[in-house]
Design a protein around this ligand. Structure first.
Ligand SMILES: [Zn+2]
Length: 296
């Protein structure tokens, strides 16, 4: 939830100034000239936030393109589009069912949700939720950010220790909900690994498992191909790109906060994305999703 704290007020004022000084107009013009595609990702937006973003794009002449079209552009099979945006969401949050899914279908805009399969399969919360809640209860001394940088086996051991002493409600969709979502028409499912590790903290076997198994599980659940992937926390190396290619993925998304340009789209396993946050003002998110915030 958004709170009007000092940080958000300051950012709101700054973004209001950016908008008044014409920075959004400039982004629209540059996108209309085909200088770049906007690429935006969400986690668990409210319906109001997601609808606000979709409405802004459609009202301002943007066309939401699917990842199949983005891939064709990246491969040079289609010309670089003008006034285009791609929308993605990470993790597979259950709340997406009441926000992203109905809005995507009502506005007929394609969205891809990158889902981690383990929380969907078992009902366990996302691993960082155990660490955050466990920290408050004195069950762990580790922080979420510290655990992103230890070897993956150590992270998993710490998380299962905390999970043994702490029950958290389901945060991810169920398998049935994911299947329904995937059948709904405008929402597509991509892979986001099995357990949401930092791939950079995984040895070769673990990274290979996380990348191949998640795709296999999703294909099995959805009876569809799963050609697209998003790196958890945007972390990856050349090794992970090799693994993605070996396991049949055709395009992958980072969390580098920049525009998709005719030049960087050639790195088809590192498509950048701007993040929209659940905890800041609409005005700031307008500047985030148009890249204005990241090009100050
Ligand atoms: Zn994620």
């Amino acid at each position: 939830m958004m709170q009007w704290n000092k940080r958000n007020i300051a950012a709101f004022l700054l973004c209001t100034w950016y908008i008044l000084s014409g920075k959004l107009r400039k982004v629209k013009k540059r996108a209309a000239r085909g200088e770049f595609i906007l690429s935006v990702y969400f986690h668990y937006p409210s319906r109001a936030l997601f609808e606000y973003c979709v409405r802004w794009f459609t009202k301002n002449g943007f066309r939401v393109i699917g990842l199949d079209e983005l891939e064709a552009v990246a491969r040079g099979e289609k010309p670089f589009p003008t006034s285009a945006v791609v929308l993605t969401a990470d993790d597979g949050w259950r709340s997406n069912l009441d926000s992203i899914v109905p809005v995507a279908n009502a506005y007929k805009v394609p969205v891809t949700i990158f889902a981690s399969t383990r929380p969907i399969e078992t009902g366990e919360a996302y691993w960082w939720s155990y660490i955050a809640a466990g920290g408050e209860k004195g069950l762990t001394k580790q922080s979420v950010s510290a655990l992103k940088h230890v070897p993956n086996a150590e992270r998993l051991a710490e998380v299962s220790k905390v999970r043994a002493g702490l029950e958290l409600p389901r945060e991810a969709m169920t398998i049935e909900e994911l299947q329904q979502t995937s059948r709904s028409g405008y929402v597509h499912i991509g892979s986001h690994t099995v357990t949401h590790p930092m791939l950079t903290a995984c040895d070769d076997d673990t990274a290979s498992y996380e990348i191949s198994e998640s795709g296999k599980i999703l294909r099995n659940w959805l009876s569809k191909e799963v050609p697209y992937f998003a790196y958890p926390n945007g972390a990856f190396t050349e090794r992970d790109i090799r693994l993605l290619k070996a396991h049949g993925y055709r395009m992958a998304f980072s969390t580098e906060q920049t525009y998709v340009t005719p030049d960087n789209i050639k790195n088809i396993y590192a498509i950048p994305r701007f993040d929209v946050l659940e905890t800041v003002s609409f005005t700031e998110n307008l500047c985030r999703m148009t890249g204005v915030w990241f090009n100050r």
